[in-house]
Ligand binder design. Structure first.
Ligand SMILES: [Zn+2]
Length: 160
């Protein structure tokens, strides 16, 4: 989990999805321009759809994202960076705040999630910043499906 990303302002959905996969991802629209570009100093991989920006930061590792479509964008990043299914930590990070979520007790979640969720779930995590509570089912099953899809259709040139 060493890769970290910085997504330019046109790539909000991609940024959200990298967070779903567990990657620390800053997003330009959430920072002032300077703060965002400062975050690149942190060895982040720049994700951009603008050639000019890529050229401006040509000493940085970057991905020039070609597609308009999320699935293709994700696949491009996964392929170019060489991300393995085994390396991702899906649903470990707050999608909104980009912070690692931490486990809280079931008692702590009481009254703060829908009753049927509290009754049927055992494990709860929370973002310390926005206080949103996550549980295993809180990410739509669709998300799991998409992750499977991205990694199954990954064009590999590995030896096995
Ligand atoms: Zn949060």
């Amino acid at each position: 989990m060493t890769n970290r990303f910085a997504a330019d302002k046109t790539l909000g959905t991609l940024a959200k999805w990298l967070r779903i996969l567990g990657y620390d991802t800053t997003y330009e629209a959430e920072n002032s321009g300077n703060l965002f570009f400062d975050s690149l100093e942190d060895n982040r991989i720049l994700l951009t759809r603008t050639k000019k920006i890529q050229e401006k930061f040509s000493t940085r590792r970057s991905v020039f994202v070609r597609s308009n479509f999320l699935d293709e964008q994700l696949k491009q990043v996964v392929d170019e960076i060489g991300i393995n299914r085994a390396e991702i930590q899906p649903f470990s990070r707050c999608i909104q705040c980009n912070l690692i979520i931490v486990e809280i007790s079931k008692d702590n979640a009481y009254g703060r999630v829908p009753d049927y969720i509290w009754e049927t779930q055992e494990a709860f995590n929370q973002c310390r910043q926005c206080e949103r509570i996550y549980w295993p089912g809180s990410h739509a099953e669709r998300s799991m499906e998409k992750i499977k899809l991205i990694f199954n259709s990954k064009s590999t040139n590995s030896t096995n």
